[in-house]
Design a protein around this ligand. Structure first.
Ligand SMILES: *Cc1c(COP(=O)(O)O)cnc(C)c1O
Length: 428
C-alpha cells in the first residue's frame, strides 16, 4: 500500500480514474499547474476548431452564414441552449445561450420581480458575487424602492456559508423574489437547490439561481425540481473562453410571461425580419434573447459541448469530487491545516455541500498566491483571505493536485511567501 502522502499514490489515482485521456484535448501549458478553471476554463482543441470554423464561415459565407453556417448563426443561441439542456436537467426549449450572467439577471429579474402591495422585497445572500447585488439593487430602485430596506441579504453564521434554514426563514409574505447562488463563489458551498426551490414555491415566491459555479461542474435537475429560472456563464467550468456567451433557463410554466426587456433577437424567428413594431416573443427561453448573438464569442461553446456530450455531467462530477476530496485529504494527511500553519479549508467537506473548487484560507493569502504563481501553480485569490483551487476533471491530474499541495506546503514551511509583496493583481 502506498501512503496517501506519496506522489505514487497520485500516480495510481491517475491510472485508475477515468477521463485522464481528455487532458490531451486541452492546451495545458507544460510546467504549470492550472487551478483556476473555476474562473476561466482552458482552451480545448475542440473549442479552437469551432472558432476556426466560425472564422472560415465568415470568410467564405459572409452574410449567408446566418442561414448556411454550421450550425446556422441565426439560431445558434437556441441550438446551444438545446445542447446544454441535459447539463441542467431541462427541456431543450427551456435553455438559450445569450448575453452574460449580469445582463441575463437584469433581463430575468425585470420579468420576474413584480412588487405589489406589501410584497416588495428581494432576498439574496450576504456572500453573493457583487455584480448580482448591483443588479438587484438597481431593480429595487427602478420600482421606487430602497435597497437598504427592500433587498434582504441573508447573513452568514460563519462568514463562509449560508444556512438553508436562514434563507427559508427570510421568505416572508413581504418577499416578491429570491435570487440565490447555487455555489458560493468564495467558499464553494453548494446550496440545496431542490429544497430551497420547493420552499419558495410553497410560498408562491419565484426563485432564480445563479449557477456560475455549478454549470458544467455539477448535475442539475431543473425540471424535476421545478426551478423557476437560472443563469450561468460558459467561460468558467464550460471552457468556452474569456467573455463567451452566457446562458439562461426559464421553466416552461413561465413561457407565457412577457420578457420585460425585449429585443429583436427574442422575436418570433419566422417573423423577426418583418420588422414589425409590436413585439411578439419567441416561445420558450428564446424569447429572453435581446441582441444579435456574438458568433465568435459563442463558437468555442460549440466545440466545448462536444466534450460534455461524450462524457456526461455525472462523470464530470464524479471525478471532480475525487480530485477535490483528494486535495483536502492530502492537506490533512500532510498536517498542513491548523493554527501552526495558519491554513484552513473554508469549503464544506460533505460531497453534497460543495462545488468544484476548494477554498484554502490563510491571512497571507495574497502573498501565498504570488509565491504559488512563481512556482507555476495558477490559483486565484478572493478577498479577504481565500485561495481558490479548482482541479478540473477534463484536464487536471491527481499528480497536478499533489504538486499544487506540495508547493503550497513548501511555501508555508519555508515562509517563502514573505519574499513577495502584499496586495493582489488587478485581476486576482
Ligand atoms: C463569474 C460570476 C459572475 C460574472 O458575471 P458576468 O456578467 O458574466 O461578467 C456573476 N455572478 C457570479 C456568481 C459569478 O461567479
Amino acid at each position: 500500500m502506498t501512503d496517501l502522502r506519496d506522489r505514487a499514490y497520485a500516480e495510481r489515482l491517475d491510472e485508475q480514474y477515468e477521463l485522464a485521456s481528455f487532458r490531451e484535448r486541452f492546451y495545458v501549458q507544460p510546467g504549470t499547474y492550472y487551478m483556476d478553471g473555476n474562473s476561466l476554463g482552458l482552451l480545448s482543441r475542440d473549442a479552437e476548431a469551432a472558432v476556426l470554423n466560425a472564422l472560415d464561415e465568415w470568410k467564405t459565407l459572409g452574410i449567408n452564414g446566418w442561414m448556411a453556417g454550421s450550425p446556422p448563426w441565426l439560431t445558434l443561441g437556441e441550438e446551444l441552449g438545446r445542447r446544454q439542456a441535459a447539463l441542467v436537467g431541462a427541456e431543450p426549449d427551456e435553455v438559450v445561450a445569450t448575453g452574460s450572467i449580469t445582463t441575463n439577471i437584469h433581463a430575468l429579474v425585470a420579468s420576474f420581480y413584480e412588487p405589489a402591495g406589501e410584497r416588495r422585497k428581494i432576498v439574496a445572500t450576504s456572500l453573493d458575487f457583487p455584480s448580482d447585488i448591483y443588479a438587484l439593487q438597481a431593480h429595487v430602485r427602478l420600482h421606487g424602492g430602497d435597497p437598504a430596506r427592500d433587498l434582504i441579504l441573508v447573513p452568514s453564521r460563519d462568514g463562509r456559508t449560508i444556512a438553508e434554514d436562514d434563507v427559508i426563514e427570510a421568505m416572508g409574505p413581504d418577499v416578491a423574489l429570491v435570487i440565490m447562488p447555487s455555489v458560493l463563489y468564495r467558499s464553494g458551498q453548494l446550496l440545496d437547490i431542490e429544497r430551497l426551490t420547493a420552499a419558495a414555491r410553497e410560498r408562491g415566491i419565484p426563485l432564480g439561481w445563479d449557477c456560475a459555479h455549478s454549470a458544467g461542474s455539477i448535475p442539475h435537475h431543473f425540471s424535476d425540481w421545478g426551478v423557476d429560472f437560472a443563469v450561468w456563464c460558459n467561460y468558467k467550468y464550460l471552457n468556452s473562453g474569456p467573455g463567451s456567451v452566457g446562458s439562461l433557463y426559464v421553466n416552461r410554466r413561465h413561457f407565457d410571461r412577457l420578457p420585460a426587456l425585449p429585443g429583436w433577437w427574442g422575436y418570433q424567428r419566422e417573423r423577426q425580419f418583418d420588422m414589425l413594431f409590436d413585439f411578439k416573443a419567441a416561445s420558450g427561453a428564446a424569447g429572453w434573447q435581446i441582441s444579435t448573438i456574438g458568433v465568435l464569442g459563442a463558437a468555442p461553446l460549440i466545440g466545448s459541448l462536444d466534450l460534455f456530450d461524450e462524457v456526461g455531467i455525472e462523470r464530470v462530477r464524479g471525478k471532480s469530487l475525487a480530485l477535490t476530496g483528494y486535495l483536502m485529504d492530502l492537506m490533512n494527511a500532510r498536517g498542513m491545516l491548523g493554527p501552526e500553519t495558519g491554513l484552513a479549508i473554508g469549503t464544506p467537506t460533505e460531497p453534497d455541500r460543495r462545488g468544484g473548487h476548494v477554498a484554502v484560507e490563510h491571512p497571507e493569502a495574497t502573498r501565498i498566491v504570488h509565491a504559488l504563481k512563481a512556482r507555476g501553480v495558477m490559483p486565484d485569490f478572493r478577498p479577504p483571505d481565500v485561495i481558490r483551487l479548482a482541479p478540473i476533471p477534463f484536464y487536471t491530474s491527481f499528480v497536478d493536485v499533489y504538486e499544487t499541495v506540495r508547493h503550497l506546503h513548501e511555501i508555508i514551511e519555508r515562509g517563502e511567501y514573505r519574499e513577495f509583496t502584499e496586495g493582489r493583481d488587478l485581476v486576482a
